[in-house]
Design a protein around this ligand. Structure first.
Ligand code: 5MM
Length: 338
């Protein structure tokens, strides 16, 4: 498959991406929150439980892995990328090395990881990965994000995307405008517009084939501490407007991050976006927390009951699969007995 075909498959209707690429530090926080020790064995056990569930075949198009997981072997003896491929999903790899302090700026971040990336991509391809992910983060305050943060992160995202396409893999471009803060939904709209514009300006300069990319943005939401209450309809309308204005038409689709929304909020908002979608873009999910939270809690209490954990994960994945086709509703959500 060429990169344009892979990108189309990643955002195909009915399916979405499982972001299971937590670095060891983030995984430590997640496991600590459910009182489980963060060992290599536990990280593998939880992830393997998800990757061998039924919904991998029905609702998951791809899985983003962390370097450690891409190299691990499942309990059945096959490699983790092979296990994912067996269900018809595509293995992917997070290749950035994290968001670090941006020198010259106050409290902002620049994502690192370009040094040696060309060589790493060759290895990742041989290990079975067919797409990659790089996440840039932008905070909103009275002085942020700065031009420096917007421009330097866009430049890094474009250089990453060029190296990934050279290795015949699809780059997921993830500029995440964070939800933290008191800002309004309109402020999120304006900042996301500026960030997306700059990213696509840089991707163009770096000769990226946009048909072989997937955008992973935030939805347009008010800040987590903002008092303003907005409906899912308004979130959907503003998110769609923002993407229609700022995304080149060649991009096949969008796989949203959940960014701190609850599991049901993330599903509902995606469903609303698909209800009013009047474009050729496909809108799907690339959720981390909003796909894994309930499954993680269940797993922490019933580690050996694989079926029970998978039932919880399957429900969440299938609900999101339904929302990619605007087929989700509250009744469907509640039609689940743990
Ligand atoms: C799964 O979390 C990802 C990894 O984060 P770290 O590199 O900080 O460990 C993260 O990049 C994720 O893919 C996106 O932010 C989307 O995740 P959410 O939880 O926001 O849907």
């Amino acid at each position: 498959m060429n990169i344009e075909e892979i990108a189309k498959m990643m955002v195909a209707k009915g399916k979405g991406i499982l972001a299971a690429d937590e670095s060891t530090g983030t995984m430590e926080k997640r496991l600590k929150s459910v009182n489980v020790e963060c060992t290599e064995k536990n990280r593998l056990n939880f992830r393997e439980t998800l990757f061998s569930s039924n919904s991998m075949k029905t609702s998951i198009s791809g899985v983003i892995l962390f370097d450690e997981t891409l190299r691990q072997t499942s309990s059945s003896g096959i490699s983790i990328p092979e296990l994912i491929k067996k269900s018809g999903a595509i293995p992917g790899i997070k290749v950035d090395r994290g968001a670090k302090s941006l020198a010259g700026s106050d409290k902002e971040k620049i994502t690192e990881g370009l040094d040696g990336l060309r060589d790493r991509m060759k290895e990742y391809y041989d290990l079975g990965a067919r797409f990659a992910k790089w996440r840039a983060v932008y905070s909103i305050s009275s002085s942020h994000p700065s031009d420096q943060c917007i421009k330097s992160n866009a430049h890094a995202l474009a250089r990453y995307a060029a190296i990934v396409q050279e290795a015949k893999m699809v780059p997921i471009v993830e500029p995440e405008v964070l939800m933290d803060g008191e800002h309004t939904i309109d402020k999120c709209f304006d900042v996301t517009s500026i960030v997306l514009n700059e990213c696509y300006k840089e991707l163009k300069i770096h000769n990226i084939n946009l048909k072989g990319t997937v955008l992973k943005p935030n939805m347009i939401l008010p800040g987590a501490s903002c008092k303003q209450k907005v409906s899912a309809e308004e979130i959907a309308k503003k998110t769609l407007d923002c993407l229609k204005k700022n995304m080149p038409k060649e991009v096949p689709g969008v796989a949203f991050l959940s960014g701190g929304q609850s599991e049901v909020e993330a599903t509902k908002n995606l469903n609303e976006i698909n209800k009013i979608n009047d474009t050729n873009f496909h809108f799907t999910f690339s959720y981390g927390r909003a796909l894994q939270q309930s499954a993680l809690k269940t797993w922490s209490k019933s580690m050996s009951d694989t079926k029970k954990v998978q039932k919880v994960f399957d429900h969440r994945a299938n609900m999101n699969g339904a929302s990619t086709q605007a087929k989700w509703d509250e009744k469907l959500e509640q039609n689940f007995a743990a």
